[in-house]
Design a protein around this ligand. Structure first.
Ligand SMILES: [Ca+2]
Length: 316
């Protein structure tokens, strides 16, 4: 969280400018200052003091949205099982197969410990460059893993968070996300999809948070992004990725920095807000595909996605 450079926005959400003439009006309205021209200099000094205060307060961690006063843990996996153990089968289904998952992904997902296991208190998903033919008969040149709580845990609304150290390199595509549990009946994107964290390897310092629904899916979801400073990579350390979801909004966080808010007003009134029913949780580490493009000679294998925990809360 030390890598975050705050951008100061004005009350309209526009980037702050020292020279914006509307500042005088803004101060007059906000502080009831009757401002003849002679007072404008004083107003600018006041504005600078306020803006500097904003910068200082943004440079230290904001008060956590996860305070125990607000949230009650409803489900979690700390991945603290024995080294080498599979993830808890009462909590997770491991998804296998090499279909490409609608994205032209290149991996075969397996349930082998070489691709998915617990180790040192983390879930370890390992992507390998190896020829492998799955039970579906599809041969791929990469293996990795994908797991979901479908049929085992689902929840409407709350805070969903995971502490993850993502992999790195061209063609990597790790994700922590959710799908509507009516996916079979409603289909996709009618069931809704909330991508709490996605990274594509060619953007090592950036993660994306997105929502897909009918009429706003695929290449045109509701979406936002959060970036570290230019020379920092998400793969360098663990970060906490979260959404806080209720009937009125879905808020996206990295390390408690709120960077994106979507509401039913984010979509045209002709479209349907489908984030009003239970969703289940997924973690996966895709290799290649239409968005990240494929690994190249610079990509180093194996790569690991480490998940310290997934925790889900309800409002108290
Ligand atoms: Ca852990």
């Amino acid at each position: 969280m030390d890598n975050f450079i705050p951008e100061v926005l004005d009350s309209q959400g526009r980037p702050f400018s020292w020279d914006d003439p509307s500042l005088d009006t803004w101060n007059e309205q906000r502080y009831n200052v009757n401002s003849p021209r002679s007072k404008r200099t004083m107003n600018r000094i006041l504005t600078m003091i306020i803006a500097m205060g904003l910068l200082v307060s943004a440079a230290v961690p904001l008060p956590s949205q996860t305070s125990s006063q607000q949230w009650k843990l409803s489900w979690s996996d700390e991945f603290n099982g024995p080294d080498g153990a599979a993830p808890d089968p009462t909590k997770w289904e491991i998804v296998t197969g090499g279909s490409g998952y609608g994205n032209k992904e290149l991996e075969q997902y397996t349930a082998r410990p070489e691709n998915i296991r617990q180790e040192h208190g983390n879930l370890v998903i390992t992507a390998r460059h190896e020829s492998f033919t799955g039970a579906d008969g599809i041969q791929r040149e990469y293996t990795s893993a994908r797991l979901q709580t479908k049929g085992k845990f689902e929840q409407r609304y709350g805070r969903f968070e995971a502490r993850i150290r993502i992999p790195q390199g061209q063609g990597m595509w790790p994700a922590f996300w959710m799908l509507g549990s009516d996916d079979k009946a409603a289909g996709w994107p009618g069931c809704g999809e909330i991508d709490i964290m996605e990274n594509v390897g060619y953007e090592p310092g950036k993660i994306h948070g997105s929502m897909h629904g009918p009429g706003y899916s695929g290449g045109s979801p509701l979406t936002g992004a959060y970036s570290l400073t230019a020379d920092s990579k998400f793969a360098d350390d663990f970060h906490v990725f979260a959404v806080e979801w209720d009937a009125s909004a879905v808020r996206f966080y990295v390390d408690d920095h709120l960077y994106e808010t979507q509401t039913p007003d984010s979509i045209p009134s002709s479209k349907r807000w489908v984030f009003d029913h239970p969703f289940f949780v997924l973690l996966n580490f895709a290799v290649g595909g239409e968005w990240p493009k494929n690994p190249d000679a610079t990509t180093q294998f194996p790569q690991q996605m480490l998940v310290d925990y997934v925790r889900v809360y309800t409002h108290k």
